[in-house]
Unconditional design. Structure first.
Length: 507
Protein backbone atom coordinates (compact mmCIF):
# COMPACT_ATOMS: atom_id res chain seq x y z
CA UNK A 1 0.00 0.00 0.00
CA UNK A 2 1.61 3.26 -1.03
CA UNK A 3 1.04 6.63 0.59
CA UNK A 4 -1.76 7.73 -1.74
CA UNK A 5 -3.59 4.43 -1.21
CA UNK A 6 -3.15 4.79 2.54
CA UNK A 7 -4.47 8.38 2.39
CA UNK A 8 -7.43 7.14 0.39
CA UNK A 9 -8.08 4.40 2.98
CA UNK A 10 -8.00 6.98 5.78
CA UNK A 11 -10.52 9.35 4.16
CA UNK A 12 -12.83 6.51 3.02
CA UNK A 13 -12.84 5.11 6.56
CA UNK A 14 -13.59 8.60 7.94
CA UNK A 15 -16.38 9.09 5.39
CA UNK A 16 -17.98 5.89 6.68
CA UNK A 17 -17.24 6.00 10.43
CA UNK A 18 -16.52 9.75 10.85
CA UNK A 19 -13.65 8.96 13.28
CA UNK A 20 -10.76 6.53 13.40
CA UNK A 21 -10.23 5.95 17.12
CA UNK A 22 -7.03 3.98 16.62
CA UNK A 23 -4.98 3.87 13.44
CA UNK A 24 -3.62 0.46 14.42
CA UNK A 25 -7.12 -0.88 13.78
CA UNK A 26 -7.35 0.81 10.39
CA UNK A 27 -8.68 -1.86 8.09
CA UNK A 28 -8.49 -2.04 4.35
CA UNK A 29 -11.60 -0.87 2.53
CA UNK A 30 -14.74 -2.61 3.68
CA UNK A 31 -13.22 -5.30 5.88
CA UNK A 32 -13.61 -4.13 9.44
CA UNK A 33 -11.85 -5.51 12.49
CA UNK A 34 -8.99 -7.04 10.55
CA UNK A 35 -5.54 -5.65 11.24
CA UNK A 36 -4.26 -3.24 8.63
CA UNK A 37 -1.37 -4.21 6.42
CA UNK A 38 -0.07 -0.75 7.11
CA UNK A 39 2.03 -1.34 10.15
CA UNK A 40 4.78 1.06 9.34
CA UNK A 41 4.15 3.97 11.72
CA UNK A 42 6.21 6.27 9.51
CA UNK A 43 3.91 5.61 6.56
CA UNK A 44 0.89 6.36 8.74
CA UNK A 45 2.28 9.60 10.12
CA UNK A 46 3.37 10.87 6.73
CA UNK A 47 -0.05 10.11 5.24
CA UNK A 48 -1.75 11.88 8.15
CA UNK A 49 0.58 14.88 8.00
CA UNK A 50 -0.06 15.28 4.31
CA UNK A 51 -3.84 15.12 4.78
CA UNK A 52 -3.70 17.45 7.79
CA UNK A 53 -1.68 20.04 5.86
CA UNK A 54 -4.66 20.30 3.51
CA UNK A 55 -7.04 20.36 6.50
CA UNK A 56 -8.74 17.20 5.25
CA UNK A 57 -8.21 15.52 8.59
CA UNK A 58 -7.01 16.36 12.08
CA UNK A 59 -5.31 13.85 14.31
CA UNK A 60 -3.84 13.27 17.73
CA UNK A 61 -0.84 11.16 18.58
CA UNK A 62 -0.92 8.56 21.37
CA UNK A 63 1.61 6.10 22.64
CA UNK A 64 1.20 2.63 24.11
CA UNK A 65 3.51 -0.07 25.30
CA UNK A 66 3.21 -3.41 23.58
CA UNK A 67 5.04 -6.61 24.46
CA UNK A 68 6.64 -9.39 22.55
CA UNK A 69 8.11 -12.73 23.63
CA UNK A 70 11.79 -13.43 24.05
CA UNK A 71 13.16 -16.68 22.54
CA UNK A 72 12.66 -18.39 25.90
CA UNK A 73 9.16 -16.92 26.21
CA UNK A 74 8.26 -18.23 22.77
CA UNK A 75 9.52 -21.69 23.70
CA UNK A 76 7.36 -21.71 26.85
CA UNK A 77 4.32 -20.55 24.90
CA UNK A 78 4.83 -23.55 22.64
CA UNK A 79 5.98 -26.34 25.06
CA UNK A 80 4.79 -25.21 28.50
CA UNK A 81 6.60 -23.69 31.49
CA UNK A 82 9.56 -25.39 33.17
CA UNK A 83 7.45 -26.17 36.26
CA UNK A 84 4.71 -27.69 34.10
CA UNK A 85 7.26 -29.85 32.30
CA UNK A 86 8.61 -31.00 35.70
CA UNK A 87 5.08 -31.83 36.85
CA UNK A 88 4.40 -33.79 33.64
CA UNK A 89 7.60 -35.83 34.00
CA UNK A 90 6.86 -36.85 37.61
CA UNK A 91 4.70 -40.03 38.23
CA UNK A 92 1.52 -40.21 40.33
CA UNK A 93 2.01 -41.78 43.75
CA UNK A 94 1.18 -45.48 43.71
CA UNK A 95 1.44 -45.80 39.94
CA UNK A 96 4.36 -48.14 40.44
CA UNK A 97 6.76 -45.77 38.67
CA UNK A 98 9.34 -43.80 40.53
CA UNK A 99 11.73 -40.96 39.58
CA UNK A 100 14.54 -39.58 41.67
CA UNK A 101 15.72 -35.97 41.60
CA UNK A 102 18.88 -37.18 39.89
CA UNK A 103 16.88 -39.08 37.23
CA UNK A 104 14.65 -36.05 36.62
CA UNK A 105 17.71 -33.91 36.08
CA UNK A 106 19.17 -36.43 33.67
CA UNK A 107 15.86 -36.42 31.78
CA UNK A 108 15.03 -32.70 31.67
CA UNK A 109 18.41 -31.01 32.15
CA UNK A 110 18.17 -27.24 32.79
CA UNK A 111 14.35 -27.38 32.87
CA UNK A 112 14.47 -29.63 35.95
CA UNK A 113 16.72 -27.16 37.75
CA UNK A 114 14.59 -24.11 36.91
CA UNK A 115 11.16 -25.78 37.17
CA UNK A 116 11.55 -27.80 40.37
CA UNK A 117 11.39 -24.99 42.90
CA UNK A 118 8.31 -23.42 41.33
CA UNK A 119 6.62 -26.86 41.06
CA UNK A 120 7.24 -27.42 44.79
CA UNK A 121 6.04 -23.91 45.66
CA UNK A 122 2.86 -24.39 43.61
CA UNK A 123 2.42 -27.71 45.45
CA UNK A 124 2.26 -29.51 42.12
CA UNK A 125 4.89 -32.06 43.18
CA UNK A 126 6.05 -33.57 46.49
CA UNK A 127 9.09 -35.46 47.71
CA UNK A 128 9.56 -38.72 49.61
CA UNK A 129 13.17 -39.41 50.38
CA UNK A 130 14.85 -38.64 47.05
CA UNK A 131 11.77 -39.67 45.03
CA UNK A 132 9.33 -37.23 43.42
CA UNK A 133 5.53 -37.60 43.05
CA UNK A 134 2.66 -35.54 41.56
CA UNK A 135 0.65 -33.87 44.33
CA UNK A 136 -2.30 -32.82 42.08
CA UNK A 137 -4.02 -34.55 39.19
CA UNK A 138 -4.36 -31.47 37.00
CA UNK A 139 -2.60 -28.12 36.77
CA UNK A 140 -3.21 -24.80 35.08
CA UNK A 141 0.00 -23.57 33.40
CA UNK A 142 -0.62 -19.82 33.89
CA UNK A 143 2.77 -18.83 32.52
CA UNK A 144 2.13 -20.62 29.24
CA UNK A 145 -1.38 -19.14 29.03
CA UNK A 146 -0.17 -15.62 29.74
CA UNK A 147 2.61 -15.85 27.19
CA UNK A 148 0.22 -17.19 24.58
CA UNK A 149 -2.06 -14.21 25.24
CA UNK A 150 0.83 -11.75 24.84
CA UNK A 151 1.92 -13.48 21.66
CA UNK A 152 -1.59 -12.98 20.23
CA UNK A 153 -2.55 -9.51 21.53
CA UNK A 154 0.71 -7.79 22.43
CA UNK A 155 -0.45 -7.27 26.00
CA UNK A 156 -1.98 -9.01 29.07
CA UNK A 157 -5.45 -8.51 30.45
CA UNK A 158 -4.02 -9.71 33.79
CA UNK A 159 -2.36 -6.30 34.12
CA UNK A 160 0.91 -4.69 34.98
CA UNK A 161 1.91 -6.97 37.86
CA UNK A 162 1.77 -10.09 35.73
CA UNK A 163 3.63 -8.28 32.94
CA UNK A 164 6.31 -7.09 35.35
CA UNK A 165 6.76 -10.66 36.63
CA UNK A 166 7.19 -12.07 33.10
CA UNK A 167 9.62 -9.29 32.20
CA UNK A 168 11.64 -10.03 35.33
CA UNK A 169 11.85 -13.64 34.16
CA UNK A 170 13.07 -12.34 30.80
CA UNK A 171 10.20 -13.95 28.95
CA UNK A 172 8.81 -10.63 27.63
CA UNK A 173 10.23 -7.45 26.20
CA UNK A 174 8.56 -4.07 26.00
CA UNK A 175 8.19 -1.86 22.94
CA UNK A 176 6.73 1.66 22.74
CA UNK A 177 4.42 2.12 19.78
CA UNK A 178 2.76 5.23 18.43
CA UNK A 179 -0.77 5.35 17.15
CA UNK A 180 -3.15 8.06 16.16
CA UNK A 181 -6.80 8.95 16.49
CA UNK A 182 -8.15 10.75 13.43
CA UNK A 183 -11.13 13.07 12.81
CA UNK A 184 -12.48 14.75 9.71
CA UNK A 185 -10.89 18.18 9.19
CA UNK A 186 -12.57 21.46 8.11
CA UNK A 187 -11.79 20.70 4.44
CA UNK A 188 -12.75 17.05 4.65
CA UNK A 189 -13.17 15.31 1.30
CA UNK A 190 -12.58 11.90 -0.15
CA UNK A 191 -11.43 13.51 -3.37
CA UNK A 192 -7.66 13.45 -2.97
CA UNK A 193 -6.72 14.55 -6.47
CA UNK A 194 -3.85 16.99 -6.31
CA UNK A 195 -5.26 20.51 -5.91
CA UNK A 196 -4.70 22.92 -8.78
CA UNK A 197 -1.89 25.42 -8.21
CA UNK A 198 -2.61 27.68 -11.19
CA UNK A 199 -5.69 29.23 -12.66
CA UNK A 200 -5.13 28.81 -16.37
CA UNK A 201 -6.68 30.51 -19.37
CA UNK A 202 -8.00 27.11 -20.39
CA UNK A 203 -9.81 26.63 -17.05
CA UNK A 204 -11.51 29.99 -17.53
CA UNK A 205 -12.40 29.26 -21.16
CA UNK A 206 -13.89 25.83 -20.40
CA UNK A 207 -15.37 26.84 -17.05
CA UNK A 208 -13.60 23.91 -15.40
CA UNK A 209 -12.35 26.24 -12.67
CA UNK A 210 -15.82 26.09 -11.10
CA UNK A 211 -15.31 22.47 -10.09
CA UNK A 212 -11.62 22.60 -9.49
CA UNK A 213 -10.04 22.27 -6.12
CA UNK A 214 -7.39 24.97 -5.65
CA UNK A 215 -4.38 24.76 -3.44
CA UNK A 216 -4.37 27.23 -0.55
CA UNK A 217 -1.62 29.81 -0.45
CA UNK A 218 0.93 29.07 2.23
CA UNK A 219 1.59 32.49 3.65
CA UNK A 220 4.12 31.08 6.12
CA UNK A 221 6.41 29.70 3.43
CA UNK A 222 9.75 31.39 2.92
CA UNK A 223 9.88 33.14 -0.45
CA UNK A 224 12.70 32.63 -2.90
CA UNK A 225 15.32 35.29 -2.17
CA UNK A 226 14.80 38.26 -4.44
CA UNK A 227 17.55 39.38 -6.73
CA UNK A 228 17.72 42.91 -5.38
CA UNK A 229 20.00 45.70 -6.43
CA UNK A 230 23.56 45.80 -5.17
CA UNK A 231 25.95 48.67 -4.80
CA UNK A 232 29.01 48.50 -7.04
CA UNK A 233 32.22 48.25 -4.96
CA UNK A 234 33.15 51.80 -6.01
CA UNK A 235 29.81 53.07 -4.76
CA UNK A 236 30.21 51.14 -1.51
CA UNK A 237 33.55 52.81 -0.94
CA UNK A 238 32.01 56.14 -1.92
CA UNK A 239 29.34 55.66 0.76
CA UNK A 240 32.04 54.94 3.32
CA UNK A 241 34.10 57.98 2.36
CA UNK A 242 30.98 60.17 2.41
CA UNK A 243 30.34 58.89 5.93
CA UNK A 244 33.82 59.98 6.98
CA UNK A 245 33.29 63.49 5.56
CA UNK A 246 29.89 63.80 7.25
CA UNK A 247 31.43 62.66 10.54
CA UNK A 248 33.98 65.47 10.20
CA UNK A 249 31.24 68.06 9.60
CA UNK A 250 31.64 68.50 5.81
CA UNK A 251 28.74 69.32 3.47
CA UNK A 252 28.47 67.76 0.00
CA UNK A 253 28.92 69.87 -3.14
CA UNK A 254 26.63 69.42 -6.17
CA UNK A 255 28.70 67.55 -8.75
CA UNK A 256 26.12 66.62 -11.37
CA UNK A 257 27.49 68.72 -14.25
CA UNK A 258 30.20 66.73 -16.04
CA UNK A 259 30.56 69.37 -18.74
CA UNK A 260 32.32 72.48 -17.54
CA UNK A 261 33.74 75.62 -19.08
CA UNK A 262 37.47 76.23 -19.27
CA UNK A 263 36.75 79.21 -17.07
CA UNK A 264 35.64 77.17 -14.03
CA UNK A 265 37.88 74.20 -14.71
CA UNK A 266 41.07 76.24 -15.27
CA UNK A 267 40.87 80.06 -15.29
CA UNK A 268 39.09 80.46 -11.95
CA UNK A 269 41.77 78.18 -10.50
CA UNK A 270 44.53 80.42 -11.83
CA UNK A 271 45.73 77.72 -14.25
CA UNK A 272 47.57 79.69 -16.96
CA UNK A 273 45.96 79.50 -20.38
CA UNK A 274 49.27 78.21 -21.75
CA UNK A 275 49.39 75.31 -19.24
CA UNK A 276 50.04 71.88 -20.81
CA UNK A 277 47.11 70.33 -18.89
CA UNK A 278 44.85 72.26 -21.26
CA UNK A 279 46.23 70.53 -24.35
CA UNK A 280 43.86 68.30 -26.25
CA UNK A 281 46.00 65.27 -25.56
CA UNK A 282 45.12 65.67 -21.86
CA UNK A 283 41.61 67.03 -21.94
CA UNK A 284 38.36 66.12 -23.75
CA UNK A 285 36.85 69.25 -25.32
CA UNK A 286 33.18 69.48 -26.22
CA UNK A 287 32.46 70.88 -29.69
CA UNK A 288 28.73 71.36 -29.36
CA UNK A 289 27.55 73.67 -27.98
CA UNK A 290 30.52 75.69 -29.03
CA UNK A 291 30.50 78.18 -26.17
CA UNK A 292 29.85 78.08 -22.46
CA UNK A 293 27.54 80.53 -20.70
CA UNK A 294 29.61 83.47 -19.55
CA UNK A 295 30.47 83.72 -15.84
CA UNK A 296 29.56 86.95 -13.98
CA UNK A 297 31.20 89.78 -15.95
CA UNK A 298 33.02 91.51 -13.10
CA UNK A 299 34.41 88.24 -11.80
CA UNK A 300 35.63 87.24 -15.27
CA UNK A 301 37.36 90.61 -15.58
CA UNK A 302 39.08 90.24 -12.19
CA UNK A 303 40.22 86.70 -13.06
CA UNK A 304 41.58 87.89 -16.43
CA UNK A 305 43.39 90.77 -14.78
CA UNK A 306 45.02 88.51 -12.13
CA UNK A 307 46.17 86.17 -14.92
CA UNK A 308 47.66 89.01 -16.96
CA UNK A 309 48.95 91.44 -14.30
CA UNK A 310 48.57 89.84 -10.88
CA UNK A 311 47.13 91.55 -7.78
CA UNK A 312 46.39 95.31 -7.66
CA UNK A 313 48.74 95.71 -4.69
CA UNK A 314 51.59 94.19 -6.71
CA UNK A 315 52.25 91.21 -4.39
CA UNK A 316 51.63 88.97 -7.40
CA UNK A 317 52.82 89.80 -10.90
CA UNK A 318 50.46 87.36 -12.63
CA UNK A 319 51.56 85.34 -15.65
CA UNK A 320 52.40 88.39 -17.81
CA UNK A 321 50.75 86.54 -20.69
CA UNK A 322 47.66 87.11 -22.88
CA UNK A 323 44.27 85.94 -21.60
CA UNK A 324 41.76 84.81 -24.29
CA UNK A 325 38.02 85.00 -23.67
CA UNK A 326 37.47 82.45 -26.46
CA UNK A 327 39.71 80.03 -24.58
CA UNK A 328 37.83 80.79 -21.35
CA UNK A 329 34.46 79.98 -22.97
CA UNK A 330 35.41 76.60 -24.40
CA UNK A 331 33.58 73.57 -23.04
CA UNK A 332 35.22 70.40 -21.77
CA UNK A 333 34.57 67.32 -19.66
CA UNK A 334 35.80 68.44 -16.26
CA UNK A 335 39.31 67.22 -15.54
CA UNK A 336 38.97 67.53 -11.76
CA UNK A 337 36.26 68.16 -9.21
CA UNK A 338 38.20 71.27 -8.16
CA UNK A 339 36.12 72.99 -10.88
CA UNK A 340 33.11 72.41 -8.62
CA UNK A 341 35.08 73.61 -5.59
CA UNK A 342 35.84 76.83 -7.54
CA UNK A 343 32.15 77.46 -8.20
CA UNK A 344 31.30 76.77 -4.56
CA UNK A 345 34.12 78.96 -3.22
CA UNK A 346 33.07 81.85 -5.50
CA UNK A 347 29.48 81.50 -4.22
CA UNK A 348 30.76 81.38 -0.63
CA UNK A 349 32.82 84.55 -1.11
CA UNK A 350 29.91 86.38 -2.75
CA UNK A 351 27.55 85.36 0.04
CA UNK A 352 30.15 86.49 2.56
CA UNK A 353 30.22 89.93 0.94
CA UNK A 354 26.51 90.38 1.68
CA UNK A 355 26.11 88.51 4.97
CA UNK A 356 29.62 88.43 6.39
CA UNK A 357 32.04 85.60 5.80
CA UNK A 358 31.22 82.22 7.34
CA UNK A 359 33.70 79.30 7.40
CA UNK A 360 32.86 76.24 5.32
CA UNK A 361 33.89 72.61 5.02
CA UNK A 362 32.89 71.09 1.69
CA UNK A 363 33.49 67.78 -0.06
CA UNK A 364 32.68 66.03 -3.31
CA UNK A 365 33.09 62.54 -4.72
CA UNK A 366 32.35 62.23 -8.42
CA UNK A 367 33.55 61.47 -11.87
CA UNK A 368 36.26 63.34 -13.81
CA UNK A 369 37.68 62.79 -17.30
CA UNK A 370 41.18 62.80 -18.73
CA UNK A 371 42.40 61.96 -22.18
CA UNK A 372 44.68 59.14 -21.06
CA UNK A 373 45.86 55.92 -22.67
CA UNK A 374 43.80 53.16 -21.10
CA UNK A 375 45.82 50.42 -19.43
CA UNK A 376 45.49 48.02 -16.48
CA UNK A 377 45.46 50.83 -13.94
CA UNK A 378 44.23 53.85 -15.92
CA UNK A 379 40.91 54.75 -17.46
CA UNK A 380 39.89 57.91 -19.29
CA UNK A 381 37.41 58.56 -16.48
CA UNK A 382 37.66 58.04 -12.75
CA UNK A 383 36.30 59.33 -9.48
CA UNK A 384 37.84 62.05 -7.40
CA UNK A 385 37.38 62.59 -3.70
CA UNK A 386 37.96 66.18 -2.67
CA UNK A 387 37.77 68.07 0.59
CA UNK A 388 37.95 71.86 0.88
CA UNK A 389 38.05 74.01 4.03
CA UNK A 390 37.66 77.80 4.12
CA UNK A 391 38.30 79.76 7.31
CA UNK A 392 40.14 82.73 8.69
CA UNK A 393 43.80 82.16 9.48
CA UNK A 394 44.13 78.56 8.29
CA UNK A 395 47.70 77.28 8.11
CA UNK A 396 49.50 74.41 6.43
CA UNK A 397 49.42 72.69 9.84
CA UNK A 398 45.62 72.77 9.72
CA UNK A 399 45.66 71.15 6.27
CA UNK A 400 48.00 68.39 7.44
CA UNK A 401 45.89 67.88 10.58
CA UNK A 402 42.67 67.55 8.53
CA UNK A 403 44.30 65.06 6.18
CA UNK A 404 45.72 63.01 9.05
CA UNK A 405 42.27 62.73 10.65
CA UNK A 406 40.62 61.97 7.33
CA UNK A 407 43.07 59.29 6.15
CA UNK A 408 43.27 57.69 9.61
CA UNK A 409 39.49 57.20 9.41
CA UNK A 410 40.10 55.50 6.05
CA UNK A 411 42.50 53.10 7.77
CA UNK A 412 45.64 54.90 6.58
CA UNK A 413 47.26 56.36 9.70
CA UNK A 414 50.79 56.66 8.28
CA UNK A 415 51.15 59.64 5.96
CA UNK A 416 54.08 61.44 4.41
CA UNK A 417 54.03 64.66 2.40
CA UNK A 418 56.24 65.80 -0.43
CA UNK A 419 56.44 69.35 -1.83
CA UNK A 420 54.76 69.53 -5.24
CA UNK A 421 53.49 72.03 -7.76
CA UNK A 422 49.87 72.92 -8.56
CA UNK A 423 49.00 76.13 -10.40
CA UNK A 424 46.21 76.84 -7.89
CA UNK A 425 47.92 75.94 -4.59
CA UNK A 426 51.03 77.15 -2.81
CA UNK A 427 52.44 75.35 -0.98
CA UNK A 428 51.32 72.09 -2.56
CA UNK A 429 51.84 68.66 -1.04
CA UNK A 430 51.72 65.23 -2.56
CA UNK A 431 50.28 62.72 -0.08
CA UNK A 432 51.91 59.32 0.41
CA UNK A 433 50.62 56.55 2.63
CA UNK A 434 52.31 53.42 3.92
CA UNK A 435 50.87 50.39 2.15
CA UNK A 436 51.34 47.44 4.52
CA UNK A 437 50.45 44.94 1.77
CA UNK A 438 52.98 46.27 -0.74
CA UNK A 439 55.44 47.20 2.03
CA UNK A 440 56.12 50.61 0.54
CA UNK A 441 54.98 54.22 0.44
CA UNK A 442 52.41 54.86 -2.30
CA UNK A 443 51.16 58.17 -3.60
CA UNK A 444 47.45 58.58 -2.93
CA UNK A 445 46.63 62.22 -3.35
CA UNK A 446 47.48 65.84 -3.79
CA UNK A 447 46.77 68.87 -1.64
CA UNK A 448 47.62 72.45 -0.90
CA UNK A 449 46.71 75.99 0.26
CA UNK A 450 44.76 77.75 -2.50
CA UNK A 451 46.64 80.75 -3.91
CA UNK A 452 45.61 84.37 -3.20
CA UNK A 453 45.50 84.86 -7.02
CA UNK A 454 42.55 82.48 -7.02
CA UNK A 455 40.83 83.57 -3.77
CA UNK A 456 41.09 87.37 -4.11
CA UNK A 457 39.17 87.68 -7.43
CA UNK A 458 36.42 85.53 -5.86
CA UNK A 459 35.87 88.23 -3.27
CA UNK A 460 37.10 86.65 -0.03
CA UNK A 461 38.05 89.16 2.68
CA UNK A 462 41.74 89.38 3.58
CA UNK A 463 42.81 86.75 6.12
CA UNK A 464 40.54 84.03 4.78
CA UNK A 465 42.55 80.99 3.73
CA UNK A 466 41.29 77.94 1.86
CA UNK A 467 42.97 74.59 1.68
CA UNK A 468 42.03 71.32 0.05
CA UNK A 469 43.06 67.81 -0.82
CA UNK A 470 42.06 65.35 -3.48
CA UNK A 471 42.46 61.67 -4.18
CA UNK A 472 41.16 59.03 -6.54
CA UNK A 473 38.42 56.65 -5.41
CA UNK A 474 39.53 53.76 -7.63
CA UNK A 475 42.93 53.08 -6.08
CA UNK A 476 41.74 52.63 -2.45
CA UNK A 477 38.82 50.54 -3.76
CA UNK A 478 41.13 48.26 -5.75
CA UNK A 479 43.37 47.87 -2.70
CA UNK A 480 40.35 47.12 -0.46
CA UNK A 481 38.91 44.48 -2.80
CA UNK A 482 42.22 43.05 -3.95
CA UNK A 483 41.51 43.98 -7.59
CA UNK A 484 44.58 44.37 -9.80
CA UNK A 485 43.04 45.30 -13.16
CA UNK A 486 40.88 48.41 -13.39
CA UNK A 487 38.76 46.65 -16.03
CA UNK A 488 37.50 44.21 -13.38
CA UNK A 489 36.21 47.22 -11.47
CA UNK A 490 34.78 49.43 -14.21
CA UNK A 491 33.32 48.63 -17.62
CA UNK A 492 31.62 45.78 -19.43
CA UNK A 493 33.94 43.11 -18.03
CA UNK A 494 32.79 43.65 -14.43
CA UNK A 495 31.30 40.50 -12.95
CA UNK A 496 27.74 41.22 -11.84
CA UNK A 497 27.94 38.29 -9.46
CA UNK A 498 31.08 39.76 -7.94
CA UNK A 499 29.30 43.08 -7.48
CA UNK A 500 26.36 41.36 -5.77
CA UNK A 501 28.56 39.31 -3.50
CA UNK A 502 31.28 41.79 -2.59
CA UNK A 503 31.02 42.73 1.07
CA UNK A 504 30.55 46.27 2.31
CA UNK A 505 33.85 47.89 3.22
CA UNK A 506 34.62 49.42 6.57
CA UNK A 507 37.50 51.79 6.87
N1 LIG B 1 42.61 68.85 -8.12
C1 LIG B 1 43.76 68.12 -7.63
C2 LIG B 1 44.00 66.91 -8.53
O1 LIG B 1 43.33 66.76 -9.49
C3 LIG B 1 43.59 67.70 -6.21
C4 LIG B 1 43.58 68.87 -5.30
C5 LIG B 1 42.39 69.30 -4.76
C6 LIG B 1 44.75 69.55 -4.99
C7 LIG B 1 42.36 70.38 -3.91
C8 LIG B 1 44.74 70.62 -4.13
C9 LIG B 1 43.55 71.03 -3.62
O2 LIG B 1 44.86 66.09 -8.24
Amino acid sequence: MDSSELQQLIVETLAKDSVIPDTRKLSPLGVKGKATPVEDPNAVISALASLASREIVSYEQHDTFTYFLTAEGAQIARDGSHEALVWAAVPTKGSGQVITIKQLQDQLGQTAKIGQGKAFKNEWVGKEGDKLFKKVATIVDTTKEELTEVEKTGTLKGGEKAIAELRKRKLLEQKKSLWYSVKQGPAFTTDLRKPETDLTAEMIATGSWKNSNFKQYNFDADGTPTNGGALHPLMKVREEVKGIFFEMGFAEMPTDAFVESCFWNFDALYVPQQHPARETQDTFYVSSPAKALAPPRDYLERVASYHIRGSPDGTSRGYQAPFSLDESHRLLLRTHTTAVSARMLYALAQKGKKEGFKPAKLFSIDRVFRNEAVDATHLAEFHQVEGVVADRGLTLGDLIGFMQTFFAKMGLPNLRFKPAYNPYTEPSLEIFCWHPGLGKWVEIGNSGMFRPEMLEPMGFPPGVRVHGWGLGLERPTMIRYGITNIRSLVGHKVSIEGVEKSPAVRF
